[in-house]
Ligand binder design. Structure first.
Ligand code: SF4
Length: 51
């Protein structure tokens, strides 16, 4: 958050080394083979959030 109290969307910059995919402790992120976009496994991510 750049300005306290103001929410703004953060768009993925598709980093070449995908640090988010490597850092996720529950392996909820993956890379789409066709588009190279970062995909989020919502069930896996939400399960980790409420564990
Ligand atoms: S690739 Fe991952 S770390 Fe890089 S901008 Fe996108 S979501 Fe963030």
């Amino acid at each position: 958050m750049l300005v306290p109290g103001v929410e703004s969307p953060h768009l993925c910059a598709q980093c070449s080394d995908y640090p988010c995919v490597k850092a996720c402790p529950v392996e909820a992120l993956s890379i789409d083979d066709d588009t190279m976009a970062v995909l989020v496994d919502k069930e896996n991510a939400q399960a980790a959030a409420y564990a």
